[in-house]
Each structure stands twice: as structure tokens, then as C-alpha cells.
Design a protein around this ligand. Structure first.
Ligand SMILES: [Zn+2]
Ligand SMILES: [Zn+2]
Length: 228
């Protein structure tokens, strides 16, 4: 049986998604299809923000994030490393913790020094890190949601560019945007007071959250018609 533990690392979460959903993903979905699924559920999560419905935010963003892992598995991008390289306990733009982009009107991306001793171990540690870099009390939940939409747009652009040209530099940009998008998921979860590792461990306590099998045996139609 496959499951996610509360002390899961980001790598373990990504591997869990491969173990449970890799087979169906390979058979049914290409990169473009998975991108659409990430967007579909992220937008539902945003609707949850507009309606102030925490449950709707939670389930839809957990599903969106898991599709994100599926897409990254297909591209063989290990997200944990990308997140750490881009956010080494510092804002990737102003290079501070907490972020001071707004106060200092930072106009150029600053060089950041990576202190390996600060690297978070678990997914929970990473969520805590983002809580410190981008304190939720400094912005509204709506703003966190808008930022997520922005970054999802930028991530989508890099995917579409890569699919059009298959250049190495375009692939490198996907990796960078991957980290930014993850930081925005963490931002919304922090704003909504949702403990990501805890919620994933209860959603994925036993294999696929829907059919409870591993590998997932949901049919294509069931996946397409899944509503939370
Ligand atoms: Zn900043
Ligand atoms: Zn299933």
C-alpha cells in the first residue's frame, strides 16, 4: 500500500504520485493534458477563495498540486531541488527573509547566497519556510490567489514554449517556473491556514484518494468527471 506520511518530504510526495498515478498518466495523458488539469483544479481553488470556502480551496488545490507532480514526473524534474535552489530560505527576488520587495521597491533580481545548513527537510519544513519568507498576514488571501494565477500563467507559457521548440534553455525555464509556482501554492495554503503535509496524509492515507488502489484504477471517464 502506498501512503503519504505527515513527515513526508517533497521528493517522497512526488514519488508517491508516480507510484500511484504513473500508469494512468502514461496511458491517458500528455504534458498538455496534465497542464490543463493543473489549471482546471487551481481555478476551482480560486473560486473557493472568492466564495470564502476553505474546503473548496483545500481539496481543489491539493488535486491541482498533485497533477503538478504528475506533469513534473513526466518531464523528470525533481521539484524539491528546484524549490531549494530558487528559495534558499530567502525571497528569490529581493534575497531577504521576510521578503521586502514591496517596502524597498526592489526592481532587479538580487543574487542570493545559499546556506545549505538551512535547507528544510520535510514538506512541512518547506511550508514553514514559505510562511517566514512570505508572512500571510502581510497580504490578503485574494492577493495570494492572484499571485498563484499569475505564476500558473507563467509556468504554462514556459511549457508551451518548450513543447513548441524543444530547446534546452526552454526546459531550464520550466524548472525555474516550477519553483515559483510551488511557492505560490504554499502561499495560498499558508493564507488559508491549511497544513499541506497533514491534509495530504489524510487524503492519501491509502493509495489513490478516489479508488483506493495503487496503481490507481480510476477509468479515464472517472478522472475527467472527478468533481470535488
Ligand atoms: Zn522579496
Ligand atoms: Zn484512482
Amino acid at each position: 500500500m502506498a501512503s503519504i506520511k505527515k513527515d513526508t518530504t517533497i521528493n517522497e510526495y512526488q514519488d508517491f504520485v508516480r507510484e500511484v498515478y504513473g500508469l494512468n498518466n502514461d496511458r491517458y495523458f500528455n504534458v498538455g493534458d496534465m497542464l490543463t488539469q493543473i489549471q482546471r483544479f487551481a481555478m476551482r481553488g480560486l473560486k473557493g477563495i472568492r466564495k470564502d470556502d476553505r474546503e473548496k480551496i483545500k481539496i481543489n488545490l491539493l488535486v491541482s498540486l498533485s497533477w503538478f507532480m504528475s506533469l513534473l514526473n513526466q518531464l523528470h524534474i525533481k521539484i524539491e531541488n528546484e524549490v531549494w535552489k530558487r528559495f534558499p530560505y530567502l525571497c528569490s527576488y529581493c534575497g531577504s527573509c521576510p521578503c521586502c520587495c514591496k517596502e524597498k521597491h526592489v526592481k532587479e533580481r538580487q543574487k542570493v547566497f545559499v546556506d545549505e545548513s538551512k535547507r528544510p527537510k520535510t514538506l512541512q519544513d518547506f511550508q514553514n519556510m514559505f510562511n517566514k519568507i512570505y508572512p500571510p498576514e502581510k497580504r490578503s488571501q485574494q492577493d495570494a490567489g492572484i499571485h498563484l494565477a499569475e505564476e500558473l500563467g507563467e509556468f504554462s507559457e514556459t511549457i508551451l514554449t518548450y513543447l513548441g521548440r524543444h530547446k534546452d534553455e526552454d526546459f531550464g525555464n520550466i524548472a525555474l517556473e516550477t519553483a515559483d509556482l510551488f511557492s505560490c501554492f504554499a502561499g495560498v495554503f499558508n493564507s488559508a491556514g491549511i497544513n499541506l503535509a497533514e491534509e495530504l496524509s489524510s487524503m492519501f492515507s491509502e493509495n489513490c484518494h478516489d479508488c483506493k488502489k495503487s496503481p490507481c484504477q480510476c477509468s479515464f471517464l472517472e478522472i475527467m468527471e472527478y468533481e470535488s
